[in-house]
Design a protein around this ligand. Structure first.
Ligand code: NAP
Ligand code: GLV
Ligand code: GLV
Length: 322
């Protein structure tokens, strides 16, 4: 029987599917394996189902000699050295599409939470401070009718922007290329990065982390943004220079931020913990019961397909299939 490693706890349905076909090594623990353990446990496996918290670097890939596929339980795959996997003929798969709604919904939740001070208001009530309706208590910013700037008009960026329709927003987007789909689905206009930052009331990031998008938002970009604007990051932490963001929030260069991801997760810039104008979430963009099951099923099905000699449903390095 072929051997599959599942590195960390995932929804049971996916593990059950794998168990129907393979000998599955699965502890069911929700802890990140150390690098040494990962290197040890990928040895002799035909497939590995890994999570975005697993750094799948050269050392791990080299230890996984004979392994056919690393199925990442995420759409982002910046945790994997894909080039090295390709050189070794190992397929890398991800989970695109099924998490678009969940992640775009969470970006909206953060946008509203930041604009309308939801988390702050919740803390205020729990602290038993709500003693009277007040004309100037917890004043936020209007969302309806404002300008929305979307960075990265891909799957999640398009889904997110489409949802702005009910709020009568003007939609701008930027990225490395124009997207007909984005424009058709959202009525949005492609602009330069600078124009988007200068014009938008809300800027939401939806690019993958790659060498070009690291610190895509840093001091210069935060300087360009309106001092009334809100920055939302549900992409990857290092897309924003977190120290620069702390400075901008402290100095009032932007009005607020909503963050689901952090530069050195799970570590967070210490100052952010005490700032009122930032909403902090523990990387839960795709965290709905339905979506997390779908992600597990895609990853598991990809493993079943590849180990049966078929093509996977999704793939990051198609060169390996040729
Ligand atoms: P996608 O469909 O590939 O869209 C990414 C978009 O970013 C595309 O429009 C792409 O342009 C653009 N882009 C790529 N590199 C760029 C660059 N260097 N400069 C400017 N634009 C660039 O990906 P997706 O499925 O929407 O997912 C986006 C990211 O969201 C994932 O990679 C992941 O990191 C993150 N995510 C986070 C969560 C969470 O839990 N918070 C959940 C899901 C996803 P091209 O069309 O030219 O490639
Ligand atoms: C989550 O962050 C993902 O990339 O799927
Ligand atoms: C507020 O509750 C209002 O009635 O305006």
């Amino acid at each position: 029987m072929k051997k599959v490693l599942v590195t960390r706890k995932i929804p049971e349905v996916a593990v059950e599917l794998l168990k129907q076909h393979f000998e599955v090594e699965y502890d069911g623990d929700d802890r990140q394996m150390s690098k040494e353990e990962l290197v040890e446990r990928v040895r002799g496996k035909d497939a590995v189902l890994c999570l975005l918290t697993d750094p799948i670097d050269k050392e791990v890939l080299d230890a996984a000699h004979g392994c056919r596929i690393f199925a990442n339980y995420a759409v982002g795959y910046n945790n994997i050295d894909v080039e090295h996997a390709t050189r070794k003929g190992i397929l890398v798969t991800n989970t695109p599409g099924v998490l678009d709604n969940a992640t775009a919904d969470l970006a909206w939740a953060l946008l509203f939470a930041a604009a309308r001070r939801i988390a702050e208001g919740d803390r205020y009530v729990r602290d038993r401070k709500f003693d009277s309706w007040k004309a100037t208590l917890l004043l936020g910013r209007d969302v309806t009718g404002k300008t929305l700037g979307v960075v990265g008009g891909g799957r999640i960026g398009t889904n997110f922007a489409k949802k702005a329709r009910g709020f009568d927003m003007k939609i701008l987007y930027t990225g490395r290329s124009r997207s007909e789909d984005f424009e058709k689905e959202t009525g949005g206009t492609f602009v330069s990065k600078e124009e988007l930052l200068r014009e938008s009331d809300f800027v939401s990031l939806h690019v993958p982390l790659n060498p070009e998008t690291k610190h895509y938002i840093s001091d210069a970009e935060l300087d360009m943004m309106k001092d009334t604007s809100v920055l939302i990051n549900t992409a990857r932490g290092p897309v924003v220079d977190e120290k620069a963001l702390v400075r901008a929030l402290r100095e009032g260069k932007i009005w607020a931020a909503g963050l689901d991801v952090f530069e050195n997760e799970p570590l967070i810039e210490e100052e952010l913990y005490d700032m009122k104008n930032v909403v902090l979430l523990p990387h839960i963009g795709s965290a709905t019961i339905e979506t997390r099951e779908e992600m597990g099923l895609i990853a598991a099905r990809n493993i079943v397909s590849v180990l049966s000699g078929e093509r996977p449903q999704t793939c990051v390095n198609k060169e390996v299939l040729k």
